[in-house]
Each structure stands twice: as structure tokens, then as C-alpha cells.
Design a protein around this ligand. Structure first.
Ligand SMILES: [Zn+2]
Length: 476
């Protein structure tokens, strides 16, 4: 939900004086709204301001300072910011914030490579001067509607700086995320298009695994194919490659061992309840669970009431469809039938990525079996075998040769849902990464305040660490 929308053509004049080497936040809100909202509020941990607008600005400044301390910034970066309503927010889904580089520059003095677009903040750093002194560098916007009860329900922005956001949304993290887009983790055109046929610096590191070529080496048609080739888009960069083993866990996978036609490793989504999948170590056959078609759930495959084929399910991996009842209800029915694990087949066909499963308002405390999800296209292949009366054997296990969310070569995967999501595709990490990372397309509640692989991505693009510092110890 930290979805990003490209905003081109913003030409905003800097209005504030600034000191050298800082990320300067420029408040573009009208009087009494957004960052100027004078509503009295109680101080929050680490944020002593007593008006809503000042608290918001304090969080912006804290996140800007975090990036200032992480990177060598010799030319001021001017960030035009506002805090206003972003339309389209519902009780369950909305855009938290969006940001982009305002201007992109190519072929400037000091450019590492000709014919490549660099965001002005990075171009200025390479050039050691402000190449466009009359223009701000980054535009970012945050959704003030989050603070009402309609947008994302009871969850509001959290303005504390201690990470203790509870059910609320940690603004500090979202600002860190959006600033990273503005510093270079986005493109000069909406992917997979290029502006004026030139790649952006991000594209130099965007690897199409299927062809082994980077995006700057692909034709426009090849990029159209690449951007929806889920699991086969990855980041090509030395810093990310070197640090990924320190940040990511080993991949937990569902390995199908027979029949041969479907024998391979499958991406899974994990759940926030039950035995963690990486401690499951379950092996058996995959058995579609059947239950009554009743008021609890209209399908025989939804797992919403007691399984009628418990004898077959017992000791094996039960397979049910997502929908109608909570995941915890399906899991309780599987557990009661003696299943060793539960596989929930997603009902969304537009991502090709198995979702994370949450207890969402129910209690998963009684669940002791592992519960995982599978993408529909993967489940289709397995169900075709089951329909032919084949026995599908599988094991849920940790693969100590592959990082969670990385390719076999160890390159961390980029977000490539099989239906293009113009504001999210490519410029985020694949949601298969584990643990969750700052630059995933949606905010995750378990993120700490670390920069994880975001810093490495920016270093790969040509940013440097501050002078006289060694490699930072990553805090996660
Ligand atoms: Zn984003």
C-alpha cells in the first residue's frame, strides 16, 4: 500500500534557504491543512510536537535525516512535500504515499554512463553541483485520509518514532520508502516504457532472468514480456548480491516429488499463525479436502466446515480454496481431520504470487499445523494431476541452497505480478522475500526501522556511503 504514482512535469521552485548536504523538506501545504494542520495532539514517543502538522513534519525530518546519515550527500536534495487526501482509499486498501524524482538528467558532467537517465538528486551528486538549481528534486505526497475512520478503517497514521505503531501505520517507514523512490528507485517513464528510448539507472540493474539480459539490453517488446514474468525479474547489483545472504532467510518451499510432470519447487505464501512453515518439515500426499456445501461455505472445496474425507486427509497435506470463511477456520477443520499441513489456493489470478495469510481478527492460537498458500496457476497444475487420479507427493521444507525471494543465482527478485500494476511493478521487491523488506509494494506490520537492502540498491546505482564510515552494520 505504499503504492507509488509517477508525477511528471512538476516544476516546483524552492522557497527555503538550505544548508549544504541535507535533504530539505519543503512544505507545500496550504495554511491549516496537512503539514500546517493546527489540530492539537498529544506528544508521541520521540515526537514532542503538539499540533498534527508539526508532528507530521517531524516524522518527515526524521526519515530525511536517516537517509542523510546513510548516504554521502554533498549537494542539497530538495523534497517538495504535502500531506493531503489521496482518492480511492477504502476500508481495506489505499495509497499511503507516493513519490517520484521531479527531473531526470542524462549526459551531464560526471555522468558514469552516457545515454542514461539519472534522477536529479543522484546526478547532482555525481556532478558535485546542483545541475538544476531552480528545480526541486523529489516530490512526495502522503494520504491525510488515513487519519479518518473510512480510509483503512480504524488504522491511523502513527507519528511516534519508536516503531511501536500497534494497529496503526508507521509514517516514518512510509517516508523512508518514498524517499528511496525519489533518490533513484524508480524510472523516468512508467515501466516498461523508456523515456526517449533511454534507460533509467534502475533499468541498468533490472535483470530479465529468462534471457539473462538487463532491461537496457532488451527490446521494448521483450520488456513488455519481462515485466509480467513473475519470479523472473531480479536486481543485478553487487551490493545487493553481497548483502542479501545477511538479510534474507533460506527459502521455504513446497517441493513436489511426483508425478514427474509437476515435480519442482513451488513458491508459497506463509501464515501469521500455526507452526511456521520453515519449521514444518512435512511430507505426504496432497489431498483435496471436501466438506459440505452449506451456509458456512458454498463450495465443497472451501474447507469452511468439517471435512468429510478426513480418512484420506489424515497425515497428508490438505488442499482447500480461499474464500468465504477465515483462514483460521479452514486450518481448524484441517487440523481436526488430522492433516499434517494445510494448503490454501488463492482466488486472485492477477498476481501469480501466493499471498501471506493472516489471522485477521480471528484467533489462530489453537492452530498447530503449518498453513501455506499457493498461486492458482500452480494449484491448477497439481489439480489436473489429481483429476487424472495421480498421487501427488510433496514436502514442505527449508531449502538451504536458495534465499527467500531470490533467484537460483542469488539475485533478489523484483515485483513482477502477472497482471501489470503500473505504479508498483518492477520498482519494488517481489513479495516472496522473507523477512519482509522496506521496498515491497505494500507495507508490512513486522518491518523494523532498518534500511535493509534499500541502501544496497542505492549503492548499486552509484550513491556512496558517507565519508569516513565503513560498511554499516545492517539493523533489521
Ligand atoms: Zn513504493
Amino acid at each position: 500500500m505504499m503504492r507509488r504514482v509517477l508525477v511528471f512535469g512538476w516544476l516546483l521552485l524552492a522557497t527555503h534557504a538550505f544548508a549544504a548536504g541535507h535533504i530539505v523538506i519543503i512544505n507545500f501545504d496550504p495554511a491549516n491543512t496537512g503539514l500546517n494542520d493546527r489540530t492539537p495532539v498529544a506528544p508521541q514517543p520521540g515526537n514532542p510536537a503538539t499540533t498534527l502538522g508539526e508532528q507530521r513534519m517531524n516524522v518527515f525530518r526524521a526519515a530525511a535525516e536517516r537517509w542523510e546519515n546513510a548516504l554521502d550527500i554533498s549537494v542539497d536534495i530538495r523534497v517538495a512535500a504535502n500531506f493531503m487526501g489521496i482518492a480511492g482509499c477504502t476500508a481495506t486498501d489505499g495509497v499511503l504515499g507516493q513519490a517520484t524524482a521531479i527531473r531526470w538528467i542524462d549526459d551531464f558532467p560526471g555522468a558514469p554512463r552516457g545515454g542514461v537517465w539519472y534522477p536529479s538528486a543522484l546526478a547532482n551528486q555525481f556532478a558535485h553541483t546542483d545541475l538544476l538549481p531552480d528545480t526541486d528534486d523529489i516530490y512526495m505526497q502522503f494520504n491525510a485520509l488515513v487519519d479518518n475512520r473510512t480510509c483503512l478503517g480504524d488504522a491511523n497514521w502513527y507519528y511516534g518514532l519508536d516503531g511501536q505503531h500497534g494497529k496503526d501505520i508507521d509514517l516514518y517507514l512510509v517516508v523512508l520508502h518514498e524517499l528511496a523512490h525519489g533518490l533513484g528507485l524508480t524510472g523516468a517513464a512508467t515501466a516498461p516504457a523508456f523515456r526517449d528510448d533511454l534507460p533509467s539507472v534502475f533499468d541498468l540493474h533490472t535483470l530479465d532472468v529468462a534471457t539473462g539480459l538487463r532491461w537496457d539490453q532488451l527490446s521494448p517488446d521483450q520488456r513488455v514480456t519481462s515485466i509480467v514474468n513473475t519470479g523472473n525479474l531480479a536486481w543485478d547489483g553487487e551490493h545487493v548480491r553481497a548483502n542479501a545472504p545477511r538479510v534474507l532467510q533460506w527459502r521455504t518451499t513446497l517441493t513436489v516429488t511426483a508425478p514427474a510432470d509437476v515435480a519442482r519447487d513451488y513458491d508459497i505464501g506463509t501464515s501469521s499463525f500455526g507452526t511456521p512453515a520453515n519449521r514444518g518439515n512435512v511430507a505426504g500426499t496432497i489431498v483435496p479436502a471436501l466438506d459440505a456445501e452449506n451456509a458456512d461455505g458454498p463450495l465443497a472445496t472451501d474447507g469452511c466446515s468439517a471435512f468429510v474425507n478426513a480418512g484420506e486427509v489424515a497425515g497428508n497435506l490438505a488442499l482447500v480454496d480461499r474464500g468465504t470463511c477465515p483462514f483460521t477456520t479452514k486450518a481448524a477443520n484441517a487440523q481436526a481431520a488430522g492433516a499434517a499441513a494445510l494448503i490454501v489456493v488463492d482466488n486472485r489470478r492477477d498476481t501469480c504470487t501466493p499471498p501471506s495469510l493472516s489471522a485477521a481478527g480471528t484467533s489462530g492460537d489453537a492452530i498447530r499445523i503449518p498453513v501455506i498458500s499457493l498461486a492458482p496457476k500452480d494449484a491448477d497444475a497439481l489439480r489436473a494431476q489429481l483429476a487424472d487420479h495421480a498421487q501427488v507427493t510433496a514436502m514442505l521444507h527449508v531449502d538451504p541452497t536458495q534465499l527467500a525471494g531470490a533467484t537460483r543465482n542469488g539475485d533478489v527478485r523484483l515485483y513482477a505480478p502477472c497482471s501489470l500494476q503500473p505504479t508498483s511493478s518492477v520498482h519494488h521487491w517481489d513479495t516472496a522475500v522473507s523477512p519482509n523488506l522496506l521496498m515491497e509494494p505494500s507495507i508490512n506490520t513486522d518491518l523494523l526501522h532498518g534500511l535493509d537492502l534499500t541502501l544496497d540498491q542505492l549503492l548499486d546505482e552509484g550513491w556512496s556511503l558517507p565519508p569516513r564510515t565503513g560498511r554499516p552494520v545492517l539493523r533489521r
